[in-house]
Design a protein around this ligand. Structure first.
Ligand SMILES: Cc1ncc(COP(=O)(O)O)c(C=O)c1O
Length: 413
């Protein structure tokens, strides 16, 4: 253990106290650390020694049920990534017959695969400015788009585990009657007025990729209270067959299509995908759920500590006081790109990993520009030009956050 670290600034260096100065890793502090620890690996090895079935089976069902109980939703479908979860949500919605048009409001700040399925499946995406407080959908821009374009669908990203203004969003949903897809891929464990994020939308997606709140190596989930949507999700996850549906629904389909028992397992009702995960990943997920409250409390404490140090000098995401934040990184905006460059240099010099804020403004990325033209908004562009991430993960403690914050503050000048 080496409790002393040097902050290198262009004005010289000073000693500060921190965690271990571990040698042999390019960074002292990584943005993300694996939440699958040695104990989880030992459990997994012991389980594997019993030669269990590894493809999707009973353990996946157990994981989905345990997740439902924790999240407080009726149905969940485990798949192989958060991106796949988004694809499943869009496609289930499309096949549900509920859309009066294919217009969909998409966020400017989020992830490419929050929007990609809209393009892949022939929706008409309309991009929305970022909210100055939460960096989610800007409510004024959203409402003017709802009035002008009457989109059937709105996709909301809960940016980095900071709850969006859900009372206002749900009031708009009520008023304009859109279907809400909630991308909670980076918001597991956060809540708004006591309600978990990922339970507001008609469907919600989650990611269990390394670096998210918890990990199943790769993995994702779609959750919903809507049985019809859940049936579609289950079929679309696995080729379009009915085998994963409850017996009653499966039998009703078999009967209504006049199919004999021998054919029944291999009849395809929808043009599906194969987006399944495996029981191995689900087994890891069960263990992650056992420690989720610990993970949340660590991330939350770190987040609040960063806020205490940095809120006065930077624009940061704000949340309703009656909400629980569970961030995967601490995001902040420098004064300008130049200041960001200086801070990034200071962080790198001190072996602290950093990166741009999510993907900045998605409206400036080639995949969007070549189809819809450059889409600039004042807030989203500001996030693009000035945003950056600091590490937040359960292996960091308060002293680490104190050190990283000091590097950021010193790095401004
Ligand atoms: C908001 C959001 N949506 C979707 C995804 C995609 O998740 P995955 O990496 O599991 O495909 C991410 C990944 O970071 C994300 O941040």
């Amino acid at each position: 253990m080496n409790d002393s670290l040097k902050i290198n600034t262009k004005h010289g260096s000073k000693e500060v106290s921190s965690k271990n100065g571990d040698i042999g890793r390019p960074f002292r502090y990584y943005l993300a650390e694996d939440t699958i620890d040695q104990k989880d690996i030992n459990r997994l090895i012991a389980w594997l020694k019993k030669s269990p079935r590894l493809t999707k089976g009973e353990v996946t069902l157990k994981f989905e049920e345990k997740w439902n109980r924790w999240l407080k939703r009726s149905h969940s479908v485990f798949c192989n990534s958060g991106s796949s979860a988004n694809l499943l949500m869009y496609d289930a919605l499309l096949l549900s017959g509920r859309l009066k048009n294919k217009k969909v409001v998409v966020p400017s700040v989020g992830w490419v695969t929050t929007i990609a399925p809209a393009i892949q499946l022939g929706f008409e995406p309309i991009m929305c400015e970022a909210d100055p407080d939460t960096f989610g959908l800007d409510l004024n821009h959203l409402e003017s788009t709802l009035k002008k374009e009457h989109p059937s669908t709105v996709v909301l990203v809960q940016v980095l585990g900071i709850p969006h203004k859900m009372r206002e969003i749900m009031m708009l949903k009520e008023k304009y009657g859109f279907i809400l897809l909630e991308d909670a891929c980076a918001a597991i464990g956060a809540s708004y007025h006591g309600q978990n994020l990922g339970t507001f939308g008609d469907m919600a997606s989650f990611s269990f990729y390394f670096g998210h709140q918890f990990s199943t190596i790769e993995g994702g989930m779609v959750s919903t209270d809507d049985k019809q949507l859940n049936d579609l999700l289950l079929m679309l996850r696995s080729h379009g067959w009915s085998k994963d549906l409850d017996r009653e629904t499966h039998n009703a389909l078999v009967t209504s299509h006049n199919i004999d028992d021998f054919n029944a397992p291999f009849v395809f009702y929808e043009p599906g995908f194969n987006l399944r995960s495996t029981d191995l990943n689900a087994y890891i997920g069960l263990g992650q759920l056992d420690k989720i409250e610990w993970i949340i409390s660590r991330r939350q404490k770190n987040h609040h500590r960063y806020k205490m140090h940095l809120a006065q000098n930077f624009v940061i995401q704000k949340s309703d006081p009656d909400s629980r934040v569970c961030s995967i990184h601490f995001g902040l905006l420098a004064k300008d790109t130049e200041e960001r460059r200086r801070i990034v240099r200071a962080l790198t010099n001190n072996r602290i990993e950093t990166r741009i804020f999510s993907a900045g403004n998605l409206g400036l990325h080639p995949f969007w520009v070549k189809r819809f033209g450059k889409t600039s908004f004042p807030m989203a562009d500001r996030i693009h030009r000035c945003g950056f991430f600091l590490p937040n993960n359960p292996s960091l403690g308060i002293k680490d956050v104190d050190f990283i914050s000091r590097v950021v503050l010193a790095g401004r000048h």
